[in-house]
Design a protein around this ligand. Structure first.
Ligand code: FAD
Length: 282
C-alpha cells in the first residue's frame, strides 16, 4: 500500500449533533468504506466544542475496524487535558492525527489564546514520540490571516520541521494554485507529501459562504454556471461531478499523491467522483 504508485484516498466527516445524523453516518461510512479509502478523518469543533463527540465517533469507528484520524487543536484546553485526550486515542489504537491551530469559536471574540499548529505538532512529538502519523493543514491559495505568501509557506515548513509527516490542503478549484504552491513548498525545502483537499459541489449558496470564510476561490465562470442552475439540483450535481472529477484527474495526472475528500457526511457525489476516476481499485 505504500509504494510510489499508490494513490492515497481519505474521507473527512464532521461529528453529527443528532441521533439521526449519527445513524446516517454509520451508513455513510460503510458505503464509503467500500471504496477502499486509506483512512477516514473526523473534524474537531472550534475551541474543542466537539471534543467528546469527535472522540466518541473516532473510537467507535476504530472498534468497527476502520482506519480513522481525529482532527485536533488545543482549543481552550491546557496541556494536561491534551495529554489525557491523546493518551485515550493512543490506548484506543489510533495512530494518525490531523493537528491544527483551529479558529476562534464564533462569539468568543479573542477570549482564547490559539496555539499554532507547529506547537501542537511539537507537543505531540515530545510526549508521544513517533507513535502518531501527523497530518497538517496547507493552503495553496494561502491562509486568510497569513501576512504573505512566502510567510505562509515558511510556517508550513515550520510544521514539518516540528515533525509533521504530511499535509492536506484547503479545497480549491484551480489546479494551478496547487501546482504553483507545490513548487514553492519544494523551494522552501518541504519534501513531505501534500494531499489536495477536494470539495464536492452539492449546494451553491453553502459553497459560496464557506469559500468566502476560508479564503478558497470559486472561479468566476464556475460561480456564474452554478448561479444558472438555481433550483435545478440535478443539473448542478451533474456539473459538479464533471468539474470536480476533471480537477482530480488533472491533479493526479500531474503528480498529486492522492486525494482527501470533504464528504460533508454524504456518500454522493464523492462515490461517483471516485468511481469516475477508477480509484476504488487503486
Ligand atoms: P496554523 O498552521 O497554526 O496557521 C494559522 C495562521 O497563522 C496562518 O495564517 C499562518 O500563516 C500563521 N502562522 C502559523 N504558524 C505561526 C507561528 N508559529 N507564528 C506566527 N504565525 C503563524 N478547523 C477546525 O476548527 N476543525 C477542524 O477539524 C479543521 N480541520 C481542517 C482540516 C484541513 C485539512 C484544513 C485545511 C483546515 C481545517 N480546519 C479545521 C481549519 C483550520 O483550523 C483553520 O484554517 C485555522 O484558521 C488554521 O489552522 P492551521 O492548523 O492551518 O493553523
Amino acid at each position: 500500500m505504500n509504494d510510489d504508485t499508490h494513490i492515497r484516498l481519505s474521507f473527512e466527516f464532521f461529528p453529527p449533533k443528532t441521533d439521526v445524523g449519527r445513524e446516517k453516518l454509520i451508513k455513510t461510512r460503510a458505503e464509503l468504506n467500500a471504496l477502499n479509502p486509506d483512512f477516514f478523518s473526523v473534524t474537531y469543533g472550534a475551541g474543542g466544542s466537539t471534543r467528546d463527540n469527535t472522540r466518541g465517533i473516532v473510537t467507535t469507528m476504530k472498534e468497527e475496524g476502520l482506519s480513522v484520524a481525529p482532527h485536533l487543536s488545543f482549543g481552550g484546553d491546557d496541556e494536561e487535558a491534551m495529554l489525557s485526550l491523546l493518551g485515550q486515542y493512543k490506548d484506543a489504537g489510533i495512530d494518525r492525527i490531523v493537528a491544527l491551530r483551529g479558529d476562534m469559536p464564533s462569539g468568543m471574540g479573542s477570549a482564547l489564546q490559539l496555539v499554532y499548529a507547529n506547537e501542537l505538532v511539537a507537543f505531540i512529538r515530545k510526549h508521544f514520540g513517533d507513535h502518531f502519523h501527523l497530518e497538517v493543514a496547507a493552503y495553496p491559495e494561502i491562509h486568510p490571516e497569513a501576512a504573505s505568501y512566502s510567510e505562509d509557506v515558511q510556517y508550513l515548513k515550520g510544521k514539518f520541521d516540528a515533525g509533521a509527516n504530511s499535509g492536506i490542503t484547503q479545497y480549491f478549484f484551480n489546479p494551478d494554485a496547487y501546482f504553483y504552491f507545490m513548487e514553492h513548498c519544494e523551494q522552501a525545502g518541504i519534501s513531505q507529501p501534500i494531499y489536495p483537499g477536494i470539495m464536492p459541489i452539492t449546494n451553491y449558496r453553502n459553497l459560496a459562504r464557506f469559500s468566502d470564510n476560508c479564503g478558497a476561490e470559486i472561479p468566476r465562470w464556475v460561480r456564474k454556471r452554478l448561479e444558472d442552475f438555481a433550483d435545478d439540483q440535478e443539473s448542478l450535481l451533474a456539473f459538479g461531478v464533471e468539474l470536480v472529477s476533471e480537477l482530480c484527474e488533472t491533479l493526479l495526472e500531474n503528480g498529486a499523491p492522492g486525494l482527501h475528500f470533504y464528504t460533508m457526511n454524504q456518500v454522493e457525489p464523492v462515490r461517483q467522483i471516485v468511481q469516475h476516476l477508477g480509484l476504488q481499485d487503486a
